[in-house]
Design a protein around this ligand. Structure first.
Ligand code: SF4
Ligand code: SF4
Ligand code: FES
Length: 234
């Protein structure tokens, strides 16, 4: 199978280029295995990230045949194509080849305080009912791969926008019955670069390899803010 892979080493190349490889592909071969074959057999200088190989770490996110995908989760044959064209996550700065700079993504993620705020409880155990836990199930599947972030037109045009992954996480805690962050966390997403910047385009939900309806969570955050604004319980 022909693989055409985006290449760019800012220390050497003046402009991006493409390399092509003929890669043996069998039943069940994943994109990640094909890329590893290239490194082992054709070009050891090709750079990309991966770690878990089982769709858990989010490191191998890339843009393949026009779609955001996890390389370890995608079987080449499922692409139903004669050629595989591999790009890094679009709209993120390139460090080398398929490796992008995620620092902006992590900075925004940290800004929403992505952890349970439960001060003042001492050593008491935090109970949660089965139903309350189910309410946040889908959001817990996020593996922070940044596919949604890379797909969002508001991120492309507004560098300060928190973006879908951080807002999803903010809602994950706002909807967690154990969290005591409440209005304080809502304040973090209410500003100019917060939820109101989202134009409900649904690109993020479309791009998510974990099928999380991120846009729905952002809308739910907006509803919480609107309730808080008129003095109702968020
Ligand atoms: S919401 Fe989906 S696309 Fe976005 S970071 Fe999480 S897993 Fe990746
Ligand atoms: S729904 Fe909102 S966050 Fe998702 S891609 Fe569109 S503008 Fe971005
Ligand atoms: S290698 Fe971890 S998600 Fe693909």
């Amino acid at each position: 199978m022909k693989f055409t892979v985006f290449r760019f080493d800012p220390e050497v190349d003046k402009e991006p280029r493409y390399s092509t490889y003929e890669v043996p592909v069998g039943e069940g071969t994943t994109l990640l295995e094909a890329l590893l074959w290239i490194v082992d057999n054709a070009d050891g200088s090709l750079s990309f990230r991966y770690a878990c190989r089982e769709a858990i770490c989010g490191a191998c996110a890339m843009f393949v045949n026009g779609k955001h995908r996890l390389a370890c989760k995608t079987q080449v044959k499922d692409l139903r194509a004669d050629e595989v064209v591999v790009h890094p996550l679009p709209h993120l700065p390139i460090i080398k080849d398929l490796v992008v700079d995620m620092s902006g993504f992590w900075e925004k993620y940290r800004a929403i305080r992505p952890y349970l705020i439960a001060e003042g409880l001492g050593d008491r155990e935090l109970y949660q009912s089965h139903r309350d836990r189910q309410a946040i199930d889908e959001m817990l599947n996020c593996i922070l791969c940044a596919c949604c972030y890379s797909s969002c037109p508001m991120v492309w045009t507004n560098p300060g926008y928190l973006g879908p992954a951080a807002l999803l996480k903010a809602y994950r805690f706002a909807a967690d019955t154990r969290d005591k962050g409440g209005r304080e966390r809502l304040k973090l997403v209410a500003g100019e670069d917060g939820v109101w910047r989202c134009h409900t385009v649904f690109n993020c939900a479309e791009a998510c390899p974990k099928d999380i309806n991120i846009t729905w969570s952002i809308q739910a955050l907006k509803r919480k803010l609107a309730r808080a604004a008129v003095g109702l319980k968020p």
